[in-house]
Ligand binder design. Structure first.
Ligand code: ATP
Length: 381
């Protein structure tokens, strides 16, 4: 029997409808299982790329020669896969991984994405890939700006805000041209209309990854676009310090990245704490802007955190400041071999005003996120 309230809400256009996958065929391709098996050589181990919480990813080649990433769902996570297909086929942006199609056949659920040949930002930050090369500072800034543009689009570019809920460096993928695109929308949620200020949404099932959870989300289940901003801030610290959020292999005071970051800022030892590869390569005025926005992203209170548009613009400014400082240095040292001095960092640290807003979450302390195959701990209700 039909639910009379449901029918009424639907009649009034107030009931949120999730389109059935069949109805999405016009927006992306529907593949047969035979096509998927042909593309991946029957999910051959040589096609294997990696494994996430929701499924296994393979490299494949479609009949027209297009190289793709094929994500095969674990049986218990087909809901997340359907969510990802429904959302992604309605979103298009240069900084979101494109959905090419899907396959639902028998007990198989498979999603086909554009192939991101350089893997994830996490692979480079944590040296996971065999062909690992440390990323330069400017390169890192470009990648963060791309990710910020993608997230800004999700929050404001569509009719309804989309809260990603799975932002982390392993979900920031890099294509051949090093363009950063956000992936993994299995946990994403539609928010209210994007122009609305009423963004608070109570979420009874807290999902995500330890070390990447906004405090108000864990404690009160309050899910807003500012929860994504918090975790984006955590990623900005990872990019600068070149390490994971939690690392049990480090001395006690360094296990939690944000606690360590705050300590190094307070004591003026940031020069020694950041990724060794970046030492002497960041212009102090650029670092100042970068830390200002990173610290405000991880503010305890969601409404004090910036919107992603502001994050994007500030990172662009930080990149510009770095470019200008580098040009000045190059005019003094035409060989291009120069280092920014430690003393100039100390001077800037004394003036850094963002320290108070840097809030570190204890959530997940004591848990390792240095899992060797890069699958971080999944929190499910
Ligand atoms: N479109 C893609 N192109 C190339 N590699 C991809 C693509 N999507 C995912 N991968 C790779 O496949 C592996 C598994 O990715 P997946 O998104 O399933 O999990 P994850 O983000 O690593 O972990 P979790 O699911 O726990 O968040 C990772 O190494 C990821 O870099």
């Amino acid at each position: 029997m039909k639910n009379p309230l449901g029918s009424l809400l639907s009649f009034l256009g107030l009931k949120k409808k999730s389109p059935r996958l069949e109805l999405l065929e016009g927006l992306c391709c529907r593949f047969s299982l035979a096509q998927i098996k042909a593309a991946t050589n029957n999910f051959h181990p040589l096609s294997y790329i990696g494994e996430g919480a929701f499924g296994t990813v393979y490299k494949g080649t479609l009949h027209d020669g297009t190289i793709v990433a094929v994500k095969r769902s674990k049986k218990s996570y087909q809901g997340e896969f359907k969510n990802e297909v429904r959302l992604l086929c309605q979103l298009r942006h240069p900084h979101l991984v494109s959905l090419i199609g899907f396959c639902v056949e028998g007990s198989e659920m498979v999603v086909v994405f554009e192939y991101m040949s350089r893997g994830s930002l996490a692979d480079f930050l944590f040296g996971i890939r065999k062909d690992y090369v440390p990323l330069s500072w400017k390169h890192r800034l470009h990648i963060c700006i791309g990710a910020a543009r993608g997230l800004h689009y999700l929050h404001t570019g569509a009719k309804h805000a989309v809260i990603h809920r799975g932002i982390k460096s392993s979900n920031m993928l890099l294509d051949e041209e090093w363009c950063c695109k956000l992936s993994d929308f299995g946990l994403s949620k539609l928010g209210p209309p994007s122009m609305s200020k009423a963004l608070i949404r109570k979420d009874s099932s807290v999902r995500g990854t330890f070390g990447y959870l906004a405090p108000e989300y864990v404690v009160h289940g309050e899910l807003t676009e500012k929860s994504d901003v918090y975790v984006f801030g955590v990623v900005l610290f990872q990019v600068l310090y070149g390490r994971r959020t939690l690392d049990l292999a480090l001395p006690d005071n360094q296990i939690n990245l944000l606690i360590w970051a705050k300590e190094s800022l307070r004591e003026g030892t940031i020069h020694h704490a950041i990724d060794p590869y970046l030492k002497g390569r960041i212009a102090p005025e650029c670092l100042n802007k970068y830390l200002e926005i990173a610290s405000s992203c991880v503010h305890l209170k969601g409404n004090e955190r910036p919107a992603m548009g502001e994050v994007e613009v500030t990172l662009e400014l930080a990149l510009e400041l770095q470019g200008r400082a580098d040009s000045e240095m190059e005019s003094i040292y035409p060989s291009g071999e120069f280092m920014y001095e430690e003393a100039s960092f100390s001077a800037f640290i004394r003036n850094f005003a963002g320290l108070d807003s840097l809030y570190y979450s204890e959530f997940g302390s004591g848990l390792s996120d240095s899992d060797s195959n890069n699958v971080e701990n999944e929190l499910s209700s």
